[in-house]
Structures are given as C-alpha cells and as structure tokens.
Design a protein around this ligand. Sequence first.
Ligand code: 13P
Ligand code: SF4
Length: 328
Amino acid sequence: MAMLESNALARTAPLYDRVKRVIPPPEWATFADDVEAILALKRKRNAVVLAHNYQTPEIFHGVADIVGDSLLLAREATKVDADIIVLAGVHFMAETAKLLNPGKRVLIPDLEAGCSLAESITAQDVRLMRERYPDAPVVAYVNTSTAVKAEADICCTSGNALAVVESLGTGHVIMLPDEYLARNIAAQTRVKITAWKGHCEVHERFNAEDVRALRDNHPGITVLAHPECPPEVVAEADFSGSTAAMSSFVDNKRPARVVLLTECSMSDNVAVLHPDVEFIRPCNLCPHMKRITLKNIRHALETDQHEVTIDPEIADRARRSVERMLAL
Ligand code: 13P
Ligand code: SF4
C-alpha cells in the first residue's frame, strides 16, 4: 500500500507542481492516490468532472475537466460529450447540468451539498409572489431548486443578472431569492426590482467595516466583492462580479495586492495562476461546497452515487427557464 501510494505521488508530481504554492507536500501525499484513481476512472467510464470555482485546489486543478462560475458550468454542460458528468459543486448546479443533459448520468458526490439561497424559497412562495405582482416577470437565480425554476420566466446567474433583467422589456421584475444580488442589480438599472429575503450564508457575513479595515491594514489593496455580498460591501469594493468575473479581473489587471470577498478556495485557485499577486485572505467557507472531496468524487465514479433525477413534468418547465437564459 505504502509503495502504491509513493508511486502515485511520483506519477502525480507534474500535477502537484501546479498547486504547490497552495497545498503543502504532506497534504498532497494524502491526495495523490485519489487523484490518480479519479483520472483513471474518468478515462475508463467516459466521465467528466465539472468543478465550481469554490472547489478546493486539489479538485479544481487536480481532477476537474471544466472549471468556472455557475454560468460557465451551465453553458459547458450543454456541450459535454461524455456518458457521465460528475458535478463538483452544490446540488442546484448538478440539477442544472441534468436539466441540460436529460440523457446523461449526472452524479453529485454528496447529496447534502445544498445552498442557503436554494433552501430559502419554495415553488409555492413563487406562486404567491406572482399573485401579488401579476405584471412582473419572475427572474430566478440559478441557486434555486428545479421546482422554483419551473415557476420562473427566466433564470439568471451573478454573471448575467443585469442583462437578464433588462432583456425582459418590463418596468418591474421579481428577482429571487437573493435579496442582496437583487439590490446590487437594482442599483445599476432603471427597472424596478422586487426581491425575496434569501441570503447566502457565506457572503452575508462580510460587512463594510471589514472593507475599511482591510484598506487601513493593507495599503493599496484592490477589493473584489461577489454580488451576493450586502450592497454596503459592494459599494466599498473596487469591483463586483461573479466568481469568473473576479478571476478575469485578476488575470487582466494584475493588482499587486488583492482580496476576494467570497468563498475561501477561490483565492487559492486564482493564486495558483498568479504567483506575482499577493492575496489577502479574510474569506468565508461554504460548508456545502466543502462537502465535496476527492474521496467522494472517487466513490461517485466507482459506484454511480448519487445520481441526480428530476420529475420530467417539472424538468420541462425548469429547462425552459434555464434555456431562455442561455439563449441571451
Ligand atoms: P458564481 O455564479 O458567481 O460562480 O456564484 C455561485 C455561487 O454559489 C456564489 O456563492
Ligand atoms: Fe450557496 Fe452561498 Fe454556498 Fe454559493 S457560497 S453555494 S450561494 S451557500
């Protein structure tokens, strides 16, 4: 066993070279065997791993085939030419991949990988909102269940929310469930937005005082904030955008010193590509994203657990909302 593992260590050395700035050698020694097994299982089973930007670096840089924000993962899911998709992310992301690939097997390594936003609203809540505001179309963030997407007119992500709201041609929209995303978008448009009171448990913890303290303690720092942060945090930041937009900001602007007000793994994953940038790291962990590990990705590929299934009647209506977004 020890011999097997040290061979795995030697064979995964080129991969380790990429992530050595953010993963200490003893930690990689515990990952190498699973990394190698996952790479072999993907080939054997014609499987791909789609990983969100919040996955840990050994997953993101070690075994993923496609990485990105929610929008990119949804778009790429429509192009996948494999029999099996393993979604290294949270449940709503796996459901979206399944909606777009009804004929493929979509696996989520841990069924409990949820999301506080998705859990904040039900399909019945959306029907009640519609009754109250019958003339306002419903924009549902992708961080929702399939049942909620089925009640919406269109979906959005943090990467396209403004464009989606403005594409509808109405003076008023309902945007749910993230109150802060809705308010951050409302600040950029003349469209009136009625929000729901859902919050991301990771981003709601940042506050404006944190940003001011960062600027005092780290002169010259560039502050990037995800739009799920409270509006007062976004107002204090230098830039706000989806996880992919934050990553592109660092790629293009190369700030000397930066903080990403978002989930912790994001800084690690971007730092791997930018040794010249100093990352300051007050970040918050998403306990749901962190349920996904190399061990359970390997287990998913070995056992087909857990397969995502969706009621076909709900799926057709939800797919329309997602496809309408992707067609923009
Ligand atoms: P992005 O679409 O920006 O990657 O965000 C997804 C998410 O869950 C943020 O908390
Ligand atoms: Fe949901 Fe927030 Fe976790 Fe993203 S970071 S999956 S919005 S709880």
